[in-house]
Design a binder for this molecule. Structure first.
Ligand code: PLP
Length: 401
């Protein structure tokens, strides 16, 4: 019997792995090839310029510890990038981290005392609530509103009502995993207003900021007062298809960044040295990024038009990320299912992996499935066709019964 720390509680990991496990079993038993819509990363290899720069850094022996907040050149480069897009941001306001997840972790660590509340938009990326609970905080949820014609919107009124003396932070993720939404500027501006009024912190995870197919995205860094209340998170995983390299960053006012430096030196020392060097080259690969986004736009269009053929699904065409989030409540009602049992049925009978909305983590996803379009066009068509067949078969059976 292990005496694990009580703070671990019933911390859970990435639940999508369970579905991959079932899929493997089905592949073996039935001899069919499964199609995976559960993927959370671009399916392209990291661009060659970046790979070459990593090799060069290694050959030059750039293998030692770096400063805790990252190499100066990279901090400077990120500061310049953000300044060009959003307004004056200095190198001293940037921290480099091993992945955006670590950036999120240290940001929560900086602020959460046991009993503090953090408002999450529901549905949300699974790890926010887990880390908040790990630190003794309490996630509270503001469910997104959904309509098939308008997509998802932030319930500002609900958020206002949730704010109380214990509220420390609000977490925003824009563009949004799992819905694929790019929130409208007026919602972001209103959110920023109530945060300023209530003097709480806004943790803004903008890791999908390049995956935008329609309209404009408003970054929280566009508010000239952002330093008073914002911790901004981004990373290299999605934009430059560098998930396995583990590189993210934080923008915040210098006092916050300095504290992150202290945490970093005690937890991970620094992000990997040669990966930081290689990341300098990432800023010269925007042609590759553009091609990748155009590829994803085509896949998104195909996924949308294929999903439209399933009449029970309600779909809003994602303006961002690489996820579609169809509403499937008609099927759930008809079959008396929840999204977990639906996801399992789709693996077992269609050989198709989706992510049930219930894992994101409370109520907001309960009527939805997340489907990633980070896979090839043929697979998208084939996978959705298989789902359609399973739904039609069940319908046919029930009308004959
Ligand atoms: C919303 C969101 N934030 C953060 C991350 C983690 O990014 P990283 O690979 O940089 O740790 C992900 C990855 O799926 C994500 O979807």
């Amino acid at each position: 019997m292990q005496n694990f720390a009580t703070s671990l509680g019933n911390l859970s990991g990435e639940s999508t792995l369970l579905y991959q496990e079932i899929a493997r079993k089905i592949e073996k038993e039935k001899g069919i090839k499964t199609i995976n819509f559960g993927i959370g990363q671009p399916d392209v290899v990291t661009f060659s310029k970046i790979r070459e720069a990593a090799k060069q850094a290694l050959d030059q022996g750039f293998t030692a510890y770096t400063p805790a907040l990252g190499i100066d050149d990279l901090r400077q480069k990120i500061a310049v990038e953000l300044s060009e897009k959003y307004g004056n941001i200095k190198k001293e306001e940037i921290a480099i981290t091993p992945g955006a997840k670590t950036a999120l972790f240290v940001s929560f660590l900086l602020y959460i005392n046991p009993g503090d509340e953090v408002i999450l938009i529901d549905p949300a990326f699974y790890s926010y609530s887990e880390v908040i609970k790990l630190l003794g905080g309490k996630p509270v949820y503001a469910e997104l509103r959904f309509s098939e014609s308008e997509g998802f919107s932030i319930d500002i009124e609900k958020i206002s009502k949730l704010i109380n003396k214990k509220t420390k932070m609000i977490v925003l993720n824009n563009p949004h995993n799992p819905t694929g939404m790019v929130f409208r500027s007026k919602e972001i501006i209103k959110l920023q207003e109530i945060i300023k009024e209530n003097k709480i912190i806004l943790l803004s995870d903008e890791i999908y900021d390049h995956f935008i197919y329609e309209g404009e995205m408003r970054s929280v860094l566009q508010d000239p007062d952002w330093r008073d209340y914002v911790i901004y998170i981004n990373g290299f995983s999605k934009t430059f298809s560098m998930t396995g390299w583990r590189l993210g960053y934080i923008a915040a006012k210098k006092e916050i960044i300095d504290k992150i430096g202290i945490l970093a030196s005690n937890i991970y020392t620094c992000a990997t040295s040669f990966v930081q060097k290689a990341a300098l080259e990432a800023f010269n690969t925007y042609d590759d990024v553009k091609n990748m986004i155009e590829l994803f736009r085509r896949r998104r269009d195909i996924m949308y038009s294929e999903l439209k053929k399933i009449k029970e699904f309600k779909i809003y065409k994602s303006p961002g990320t690489f996820y579609m989030f169809p509403e499937v409540s008609n099927i759930l009602k008809k079959w008396n299912f929840d999204t977990k049992s639906l996801a399992i049925k789709l693996i077992e009978e269609a050989g198709v992996i989706t992510v049930p909305g219930e894992v994101f983590p409370l109520n907001g996803g309960k009527q939805f499935l997340r489907m990633s379009f980070a896979i090839g066009e043929d697979k998208i068509k084939e996978g959705i066709n298989r789902i359609k067949n399973v739904i039609e078969e069940v319908d046919e059976k029930s009308t004959h019964d």
